[in-house]
Design a protein around this ligand. Structure first.
Ligand SMILES: Nc1nc2c(c(=O)[nH]1)N[C@H]1C(S)=C(S)[C@@H](COP(=O)(O)OP(=O)(O)OC[C@H]3O[C@@H](n4cnc5c(=O)[nH]c(N)nc54)[C@H](O)[C@@H]3O)O[C@H]1N2
Ligand SMILES: Nc1nc2c(c(=O)[nH]1)N[C@H]1C(S)=C(S)[C@@H](COP(=O)(O)OP(=O)(O)OC[C@H]3O[C@@H](n4cnc5c(=O)[nH]c(N)nc54)[C@H](O)[C@@H]3O)O[C@H]1N2
Ligand code: SF4
Ligand SMILES: [Mo]
Length: 696
């Protein structure tokens, strides 16, 4: 009999990249535990990691290619399935043009090396400009800020949380999300260490979050008013001469323009919209500027809102003018073993942004993708360029995009839909063909994206633990084979390991980081804390840090005009929330994660509930411009008065868990509005939706 085997690997469900030790006996997982020696996660793990095994053995998982014939899914062979996919894609394009095929790439792709390496080839082979992804329901404002200020979308400033003295967190709840655009596993412990060093954490959020509970200070803010707060802080710093750009001074362009532009954004102005006292704003600005080191970090709450780009720009400006950019304890830049920025350098290349505008609403295209907010209208609106077919890879826009039901209805009208996915769900039920993907434990792992966003430089590689079911091809190979079919080619590109070897040889740590060395380490390799490096990496045409790009200045009048325009018919403001035991829309099929009470609740302040005659656990009807849902309420003084919160990722209708274990839930995106966007980046404005409440 064989001994149980163990493998060290990083978890790829969320962005935290926790180090795991997986013990298995042949095909059976015996345990999934935290790796105490991982240099980044240092023994942190969350309940979702243990569920990695469930995604593999899920009885509802799709394990054979399924083709819809006369309205029913039937199993087909791989070769036939891939032929059918290529034929249908080309047939739609022959009839309606190349752009008639839309492509939507979902969040799990960002966590899969093979997908990231092979999807660009597939998308190119399809040859459409109708490209979408979850990025425009998430973090595009960060990339837009980096493009215009630093010259490259992936040159993303990362909070140096392990060395900072002062951290301001705006619209992020890393205690639950485990961090985003900031890979910082075990965030709670990191806050405790910061406080033990004598440092301070301030949270700005319309909900007193789990992170706020641990922080030294929390301020409620009215949703979507953060840009006013940030600009008021910048105003105070410049007005009181507290700015110091330190080692970056020779590289900074536009501080005088900035000074003029922020003049109207006084603390008194910000008070009116944010609801935060003007003196509190002044004191926060002074403390931030005078701290030994400080970092402002703003995330989902500050990105997926109507002023997302201004928030990300102003966050960078605040860090830059206080000497907290590219310096220890401030916002810093990783030097990862796989240097994605270097690989895709734009130095010396002609460019203009946004690259294009969408056909119907004229929203901007960045990073080659149109905003997901326009995907439904691009399906519904006839004319050249109308989407007539859709390819989804690991995406569930019916549940995750704003006004998801509109996408649901629009998908019904398409000529052809295909999905590479693991589930039959609200999106893939529209597919004419579903190709079964492989799950984490069946693939090699090397995280490209999240090593680039980590608070410390590390590297980790692990091969697949298990073979895919039914001898299925790995997901990268499905993508590569479909590309080959479309191109009429007989061969596919190299395996992920080969690609990784070549890319590591061009990275920042080529001598220390190779696949054999990573394998020999049994876990992540520590490459040290972040180091200042921006002066050699800037990619703006000017070679400088642009503090005041026109695209942001042009949006300031809109912010200045932001009033208290609450719709009297819909007097509450809705925001979203994340939960420890679920990940976006796709982990709700793990009984171990969903067990217990129904967590899909509307949180509301007790006083607001009393005024409406609503008690705890009552069902409440929530109506927005685009739809109505009914769900139980949870009274909590953690909510700012006037603001209500609904978790994202619920509302599965299809295929998941048997009826006995399943909780009936609803999708927040039946209420979010696809016409609410940040116009600068096109990002969905999930937060700040006006809703009416009534006892159901
Ligand atoms: N209202 C509101 N909406 C939101 C958010 C919010 O905060 N509020 N958050 C937004 C954010 S940040 C994001 S990233 C998006 C996510 O939006 P999406 O990426 O569209 O959605 P996911 O829920 O991540 O679903 C991923 C899909 O991939 C499938 N899948 C899971 N694992 C695998 C795999 O290994 N292989 C394959 N082939 N398929 C797999 C799942 O079955 C599912 O269909 O949602 C956004 N939507
Ligand atoms: N457990 C778990 N972890 C996850 C995920 C998950 O689904 N579950 N999803 C992963 C993904 S894809 C992502 S992108 C990250 C996101 O990670 P985070 O950015 O940390 O996301 P959230 O937890 O949604 O936190 C957003 C916060 O913004 C607040 N907020 C809402 N509107 C506003 C506003 O107008 N202003 C301010 N200041 N705050 C506001 C909300 O109350 C909430 O606390 O999490 C990742 N990690
Ligand atoms: S925090 Fe994220 S990376 Fe860490 S174990 Fe949980 S899901 Fe995996
Ligand atoms: Mo996300």
């Amino acid at each position: 009999m064989q001994e149980p085997q163990t493998q060290h690997r990083t978890c790829n469900i969320c962005e935290a990249m926790c180090g795991l030790i997986i013990t298995h006996d042949g095909d059976q997982v015996l345990s999934i535990k935290a790796d105490p020696d991982d240099p980044l996660s240092r023994g942190h793990i969350c309940p979702k990691a243990v569920a990695l095994q469930d995604f593999r053995t899920d009885p509802d998982r799709i394990t054979k290619p399924l083709q819809k014939i006369d309205g029913a899914f039937v199993e087909v062979e791989w070769e036939d399935a891939l032929d059918f996919a290529a034929e249908q894609i080309r047939a739609v394009q022959d009839a309606h043009g190349r752009d008639a095929v839309g492509v939507y790439l979902g969040n799990p792709n960002a966590h899969k090396f093979g997908n990231l390496m092979n999807l660009p080839g597939l998308v190119k082979a399809i040859g459409t400009s109708n490209r979408y992804s979850s990025a425009t329901a998430d973090q595009i404002p960060h990339h837009v800020a980096s493009i215009h200020m630093l010259g490259h979308p992936m040159l993303i400033p990362i909070p140096d949380i392990d060395r900072t003295d002062f951290m301001v967190i705006i619209g992020g709840n890393p205690l639950i999300s485990n961090g985003s655009m900031m890979t910082a596993p075990g965030f709670g412990r990191r806050i405790e260490e910061l406080q033990a060093r004598g440092g301070r954490v301030v949270v700005i959020d319309p909900r007193r979050t789990e992170t706020a509970e641990k922080a030294d200070e929390h301020h409620f803010i009215r949703p979507e008013t953060d840009a006013n707060l940030l600009l008021a802080m910048i105003h105070v710093i410049l007005a009181e001469g507290l700015e110091h750009t330190d080692h970056l001074a020779p590289l900074i362009d536009g501080i005088d323009v900035l000074r003029t532009e922020v003049a109207p954004f006084t603390p008194d102005h910000a008070t009116k919209s944010t609801g935060i006292n003007a003196d509190t704003i002044r004191n926060l600005a002074r403390a931030f500027a005078q701290a030994e080191s400080a970092v402002c970090y703003s995330r989902m709450g500050a990105s997926t809102q109507s002023f997302g780009s201004l928030c990300q720009w102003a966050t960078n400006v605040l860090n830059i003018i206080t000497g907290n950019f590219d310096s220890q304890g401030g916002a810093m830049f990783t030097t990862p073993a796989l240097d994605y920025v270097g690989m895709t350098s734009r130095k010396g290349k002609a460019r203009s942004y946004p690259e294009r505008r969408s056909r119907v609403s004229g929203l901007p295209l960045y990073n080659g993708e149109f905003p997901v907010s326009v995907m439904a209208e691009e399906m519904e609106t006839s004319g050249e360029g109308q989407i007539k077919a859709l390819v989804t890879v690991a995406g569930n826009p019916v549940l995750t995009a704003p006004n998801g039901r509109r996408i649901d209805r629009a998908m019904e009208t398409l000529d052809f839909v295909m999905s590479i996915d693991i589930h039959l769900n609200d999106t893939t039920r529209h597919a004419d063909l579903i190709l079964p993907g492989t799950v984490a434990l069946e693939e090699m792992i090397y995280d490209i994206v999240f090593h680039s966003f980590a608070v410390r430089n590390t590297a980790a590689y692990a091969p697949a633990v298990f073979a895919p079911p039914n001898n299925n091809p790995q997901e990268w190979e499905i993508i590569a084979r479909l590309q080959a079919k479309l191109m009429g080619a007989n061969t596919i590109g190299p395996a992920p390991e080969q690609v990784l070897t070549a890319l590591l040889a061009r990275g920042f740590h080529a001598d220390d980081v190779t696949i054999p060395k990573l394998e020999a380490t049994q876990g992540s390799v520590d490459l040290g804390p972040l180091v200042p490096n921006l002066s050699t990496r800037l990619e703006t045409p000017e070679g400088r840090i642009m503090l005041a790009p026109k695209v942001f200045l042009d949006d300031l009048p809109r912010l200045l005009a932001q009033g208290d325009a609450q719709d009297p018919e819909r007097p509450f403001v809705m925001i979203g929330r994340r939960q420890a035991r679920s990940h976006n829309s796709w982990t709700q099929n793990s009984a171990r994660l969903v067990k217990g009470r129904n967590r899909c609740t509307l949180q509301i302040h007790p006083q607001d509930a009393r005024n409406l005659g609503i008690s705890d656990s009552d069902s409440v009807q929530v109506s927005a411009r685009v739809g109505t849902i009914v769900l139980p309420v949870e009274l909590t003084s953690a909510m700012a008065p006037g603001v209500v919160s609904i978790p994202q990722g619920w509302g599965q209708e299809k295929g998941q868990l048997d009826a006995a274990t399943r909780v009936q839930t609803v999708s927040i995106n039946d209420l979010t509005d696809d016409t609410r966007v940040d116009p600068v980046s096109g990002n969905a404005a999930f937060n700040g939706v006006s809703v009416a409440l009534a006892l159901a």
